[in-house]
Design a protein around this ligand. Sequence first.
Ligand code: NAP
Length: 256
Amino acid sequence: MRVLLLGGTAEASALARRLYGDTRFDVTLSLAGRTSAPGVAAVPARSGGFGGAEGLARWIGEHRIDVLVDATHPFAVRISANAFAAAQASGVPLLSLRRAPWQRQPGDIWTCVGSAEEAARALGSAPARVFLTIGRQEVGAFRAAPQHAYVVRAIEAPAADALPPGAELILERGPFDLDAETALLRSRVIDVLVAKNSGAAATYAKIAAARALALPVVMIGQPGKAAGYVVGSVEEACARLAALLDHASVPSERGV
Ligand code: NAP
């Protein structure tokens, strides 16, 4: 069964490895190509946009894809909308691997907002030292709140004109651990964090560190995403794909 797996997340990489190790599946992992070293060794991969929903539908047809799996990040809204439209147009099933958001725990001091712009406003007018960990794409929204001092952490550098003036930039890829996150918040004398509620285990330590230090967090909630058949884990995705395979009785292409 030919599977096109839209990735860019740890779960997508884990699923890609699982499917690659299973001779019933012929998997291609698709990455947006924004970061330089997403790294899923050995698994066949392609990189870069398809050219919207139509381009994705064309790719699905040209490569005779049997099932499309959307395992993209909870905040990657456009690719999921494209996946939904392309699956409909191509008549292939769409499986959507979705992560639950983090839940507020006792001791958490969260202000929940719906966008980066709202998060910038929620920081208030009094100058604060802000740890901004929302990736690089929406950092520019915080230029509207230049009264704050920012420590920005991202995998790759934002465009120079997107950074708030005077921001410190830390380029690092997770996973991060609690001790290191606590030490970072202390050393930079952080007053408040801004985070996306991605639900990822690899980036949760900063939330636990903020709780331990009684620091407030401005939490950007997950947007709604278009979805097909929704599964919540790599195991569930594998089970659903196996069920689709049984149903379709598609012969193995890798011939082992
Ligand atoms: P997006 O806004 O939903 O997508 C923008 C465009 O990038 C899409 O229309 C598509 O271009 C291309 N694209 C996105 N994901 C792709 C994939 N897996 N394979 C091929 N093309 C893809 O997405 P985004 O927020 O820019 O995120 C880009 C990638 O980074 C995603 O794969 C996502 O899983 C990952 N990521 C995102 C975040 C985040 O906070 N947004 C965080 C961590 C990882 P075309 O229309 O030309 O096909």
